[in-house]
Design a protein. Structure first.
Length: 184
């Protein structure tokens, strides 16, 4: 099959609504497909309330033995001046270890969402190129673009500036190419 050349016919209001509906449902299909088949890690499975015991005379050694991380020269609440001599200067982050484990698994999940949504969106966009019915074509293409955008935004904070720049450039070139092939 070869992409459709030439300008698309104008759509009436029913066809526009159908295109919007297809775009929304395509995106929802991708979104819920990801949630159904790749469940996101649950924070409470990594950091629950069972490890929140904080001894009264917390020290760095006790903190680290309990799986926490000692933050020196920091105390979360100002201590009265008369008791500061008895309080070790520092604070124990009891959730440090479990947070690291959760963040590691969550980053793997987000990377998977990124690739799945990007690929599914690209497939929707490409299928939309080959369909001759304007409303269906426009709906699939828009749903594909929304899915790609969702994938990119899900993992955006984990991407470096160079990768962001290249990714945006590639997507821009693809959209220009699609516009050229479909709209001329």
């Amino acid at each position: 099959m070869e992409p459709i050349q030439g300008q698309l016919p104008k759509m009436n209001w029913k066809q526009k609504f159908l295109a919007v509906g297809i775009a929304v449902v395509f995106f929802a299909f991708v979104f819920y497909g990801i949630r159904t088949f790749t469940p996101q890690p649950v924070y409470d499975q990594y950091c629950n309330n069972t490890n929140t015991y904080v001894p009264e005379n917390m020290t760095q050694k006790i903190c680290e033995e309990l799986g926490g991380r000692w933050n020196a020269n920091y105390y979360p609440k100002p201590a009265p001046v008369e008791t500061r001599a008895n309080i070790p200067l520092g604070y124990c982050d009891m959730y440090y270890t479990c947070n690291k484990a959760y963040e590691s698994e969550n980053n793997k999940y987000m990377r998977g969402v990124f690739f799945i949504a990007l690929i599914a969106g690209a497939i929707g966009l490409l299928i939309g190129l080959f369909i001759s019915v304007g409303a269906v074509s426009a709906g699939l293409m828009a749903g594909g673009i929304f899915s790609m955008f969702y994938g990119i935004m899900t993992y955006w904070s984990n991407l470096g500036d160079v990768v962001r720049f290249v990714l945006i450039g590639v997507v821009l070139l693809i959209l220009i190419w699609v516009g050229y092939k479909k709209m001329r």
